[in-house]
Design a binder for this molecule. Sequence first.
Ligand code: S3P
Length: 203
Amino acid sequence: MLSSHYGADAAISSAQPINTRISVSDNELPRPDRTIALVGLMGAGKSTIGRRLAARLDVAFVDADSEIEEAAGCTIPEIFERHGEAEFRDGERRVIARLLRGKPKVLATGGGAFMHEETRNRIKARAISIWLRADLNLLMSRVSRRDNRPLLKQGDPRKTMERLINERYPVYATADIVIDSNEGPHDAIVDRIIETLRTREET
Ligand code: S3P
């Protein structure tokens, strides 16, 4: 019963300016004609890296989780609590469908989004998908800083994360591009993404 706001067109705010180290000159930057959808587990860095990537490419950054919260008028933990996971997944499906219709942008998707067949097919048809792959220790160190992930609130979060790695990594692996999110600072990961996008444009 979450409202139809999920599917409604809404203004998308542009990326906030961020100081990024520029190591690829402007005329070498890729000009993606499709949205870049970041996929991967909670804690992989989709939002942080996505924001920086969007600033570098001079396109809008949109976080699907934030858009879902805005459409629902409450936080993701509240959606899970009040309406259950199935309802959240349906809202997620509609929000991502709407976001993929707009102008090319960088889109950070929630960790479960690419597991939904319809959403995955839509991302494959309309976007360039990038899996930010990270290992268990890194994911755990990142997610332990915040208490906003309902899936990790029950039982042993490390075991849950391990199970999600086993279930999801084979599916994330079907993304167009795979980038290791473990090594080095965020800007180095952004550089690697830009380099990979550039190589794809050239071929
Ligand atoms: C989820 C990941 C979360 C959020 C929700 C469910 C998942 O997003 O969508 O808590 O199923 O992995 P992040 O990956 O951005 O944390």
